[in-house]
Design a protein. Structure first.
Length: 297
């Protein structure tokens, strides 16, 4: 199927200037007159034939690749008059734009578009940014496709993949905020209980909480040392903790304590990543730890 489109005239465009039809250089374009949809590559939906200038207007005949599913789809929409517009992409030098008239430019592409009068439908590039906005586009799509592990690195697929990544990042960020919030709550519980048991004066509370923010596990170990010194006869905490940790880990590995009965220390020892990624589990275990501390005599 072929259909004639008016692809450019000398009406003032949405950017506020006129493209002089006689000044459009089509010599390179006619060597490879591919047709795109909405200016997006790499999908080629057809080609353009019979480019000609009549009465100050540039016309071209659209020949759709109906063997290609997308080409057939766009062709059908053109036949049914659901799509009627075409749009050019050009490069130009600022020096050729005089008094609101672009006297010379080079035709790069012609696309079928949904709304031809939309500011985004007419793609204009000046000489200074042409390389980055046009030729590198192909390489950028390929590079992004490899990074995003896409088999077909089209613009739409890249946009969809980036949106999915943003959603995943937002979810992980939210989980991380919840995780940090739960750690802060746990620090308050431990510090308040330590003050109640006389391990250090109440006026040291802010300093102790600051230590937890700087290094949670180190501050936690220091609190644990205070418990050991008060409730056991062992004063070599490092040795006691190392032995206790090895015994606990051995029992967990042997399955002597089912996972359904694991406490906060068990998860920290055996499955810290699972604990970090599951704030609900962390919150439940934290409540259980709080109750255990309240029951400690």
């Amino acid at each position: 199927m072929s259909k004639t489109f008016l692809v450019s005239d000398e009406t003032k465009n949405s950017l506020g200037f006129t493209v002089l039809t006689e000044g459009i250089d089509i010599s390179n374009f006619v060597k490879n007159p591919i047709m795109l949809y909405m200016h997006e590559r790499p999908d080629v939906i057809g080609r353009w034939e019979n480019l000609r200038i009549e009465d100050g207007k540039l016309y071209a005949d659209a020949v759709f690749n109906e063997d290609d599913p997308k080409g057939k789809d766009i062709s059908d929409k053109v036949k049914s008059n659901f799509l009627k517009a075409a749009s050019i992409g050009i490069t130009y030098s600022e020096s050729d734009l005089v008094n609101g008239v672009l006297n010379k430019c080079v035709l790069l592409k012609i696309s079928i578009v949904d709304i031809g009068s939309n500011p985004n439908a007419l793609k204009l590039y000046n000489t200074e940014n042409f390389i980055s906005l046009y030729f590198e586009d192909i390489k950028n799509h390929s590079d992004l496709g490899q990074i995003l592990e896409l088999s077909a690195p089209t613009t739409n697929n890249i946009i969809l993949a980036v949106k999915n990544l943003k959603t995943q990042i937002a979810t992980l960020t939210q989980k991380n905020l919840l995780y940090e919030d739960l750690k802060e709550k746990e620090a308050v519980i431990l510090v308040d209980d330590a003050i109640k048991r006389g391990f250090f004066p109440k006026q040291f509370k802010d300093m102790q909480l600051k230590l937890f923010k700087e290094d949670f596990h180190k501050a936690q170990a220091e609190i644990a040392e205070m418990y050991y010194q008060k409730y056991t006869n062992h004063y070599s905490l490092t040795e006691v903790l190392n032995v206790a940790q090895r015994v606990r880990k051995s029992k967990l590995e042997k399955g002597e304590k089912p996972k359904s009965e694991w406490d906060l220390r068990d998860y920290r020892l055996m499955a810290p990543k699972e604990l970090e990624s599951n704030p609900e589990l962390f919150s439940r275990l934290l409540d259980e730890q709080r109750k255990a501390l309240n029951n400690l005599k």
